[in-house]
Design a protein around this ligand. Structure first.
Ligand SMILES: [Zn+2]
Length: 297
C-alpha cells in the first residue's frame, strides 16, 4: 500500500463528505408527499377505507413534497390565505372547498365563469396548495373523532350516556342557561335557540354539523330528551318541527350553534392525532372563522 496514513485519512474524509451530500440529496428527493401523508392517515384511522367517500383530493398535485400541513374545519379562502402565509401547502379540511358536498361546484349557474370560484381556484394554484378532505372516516371512528373533540371542548365527558355517545345527562339547568354556557365555552357570536327559555333541561342530544331532519327527529323523539344541540338545519324542517313541539307544550327545544363552531374542536382533535404519526413536517390547526355576526344592540 503506497497511500500514507494522512492520504488514507483525507480519502476517508472525502468519501464521508460525498456520502453525506448523497444522503442529503436523497433526503430532499424523499421528502414526504401529500399522497404519502394521506396513505399514512388511511393506515392509522382504524376503520376500513371506503371507496364511496368524499375523503379525496379536491385540488393541487398530491405528489408534491409537503412543506407544512394546515388542518381546518372548512377550507374557506380566509383559511387558505392564513395557511399559505404560514408556509403550509397541504390543507386537510373537514368540509367542502367548492360550495357543495362533492366539490363539483355544479350548483353554480356559471361554474366556469363564476368570479368567486375563479378567484379561489387561482389562489390555490398560485400558492401550489393541495387540498384533501377528511370527513367520512374521521366521523366513522369509534368514538366519532368530531364528537370526541367537541365533548372535550365542552367539558361534557362526565355527562356522556354510557349507551350512546351523542346523548348527555346533565345537572338540571334552563334552556337559556344551557345555550349561554355553550355559547361562551365555544366562543360563538351567534347562537339561535327555539323553545321556552325557562324549559328545564336534564337530558340532551348533540348532533354537530348538518345531520339532517331524520336524524334530528330521531333524537327529538327520544323520551326525556328536552334539547337538541346542532350545527345547522333547514328552517322549514327541524326548526319548524321544534317550534310546533313547543306550541303543543311538549318539553322540546333546539340550540343552533352554526356548522363551523359545532364541529371545529373535532378538527383540533384531528390535528393532535395527526401529530402522533406525522413528525417530518410542521402541522398546525387553522380555525375557520364563524361567518355570522348579529347587530348589537
Ligand atoms: Zn362533520
Amino acid at each position: 500500500m503506497s497511500i500514507t496514513r494522512t492520504g488514507i485519512r483525507s480519502t476517508t474524509v472525502a468519501l464521508t463528505t460525498i456520502a453525506l451530500l448523497a444522503s442529503a440529496a436523497s433526503a430532499r428527493d424523499q421528502r414526504l408527499t401529500a399522497r404519502e401523508v394521506i396513505a399514512r392517515i388511511q393506515q392509522q384511522v382504524g376503520v376500513p377505507w371506503q371507496s364511496d367517500t368524499v375523503d379525496t383530493f379536491k385540488a393541487g398535485n398530491p405528489d408534491i413534497p409537503v412543506t407544512g400541513i394546515a388542518v381546518t374545519m372548512m377550507a374557506t379562502l380566509d383559511v387558505l390565505q392564513r395557511a399559505a402565509a404560514a408556509g403550509d401547502n397541504l390543507i386537510i379540511t373537514h368540509e367542502p372547498t367548492f360550495f357543495d358536498h362533492l366539490d363539483t361546484a355544479d350548483q353554480l349557474p356559471e361554474k366556469d365563469n363564476d368570479p368567486v370560484l375563479t378567484e379561489k381556484r387561482q389562489f390555490i394554484e398560485k400558492h401550489g396548495l393541495v387540498i384533501w378532505r377528511f370527513h367520512d372516516h374521521w366521523h366513522a371512528r369509534t368514538p366519532d373523532g368530531i364528537e370526541t373533540g367537541m365533548v372535550h371542548a365542552l367539558g361534557w365527558e362526565k355527562f356522556e350516556d354510557s349507551t350512546n355517545q351523542y346523548l348527555f345527562n346533565i345537572p338540571e339547568t334552563s334552556l337559556e342557561k344551557l345555550a349561554s354556557e355553550i355559547k361562551h365555552k365555544l366562543g360563538i357570536h351567534v347562537v339561535r335557540v327555539v323553545g321556552d327559555p325557562a324549559l328545564h333541561i336534564t337530558r340532551l342530544a348533540f348532533a354537530p354539523g348538518a345531520a339532517g331532519f331524520t336524524n334530528h327527529a330521531k333524537a327529538l323523539e327520544m323520551t326525556g330528551v328536552q334539547a337538541l344541540v346542532i350545527g345547522e338545519a333547514r328552517e322549514w324542517e327541524t326548526v319548524e318541527y321544534v317550534a310546533d313541539a313547543a306550541s303543543e307544550g311538549k318539553q322540546k327545544s333546539l340550540i343552533i350553534l352554526g356548522h363551523i363552531p359545532s364541529e371545529q374542536a373535532g378538527m383540533e382533535e384531528c390535528t393532535r392525532w395527526l401529530k402522533t404519526f406525522v413528525t417530518e413536517v410542521p402541522i398546525q390547526f387553522v380555525p375557520a372563522r364563524e361567518p355570522f355576526w348579529s347587530p348589537n344592540p
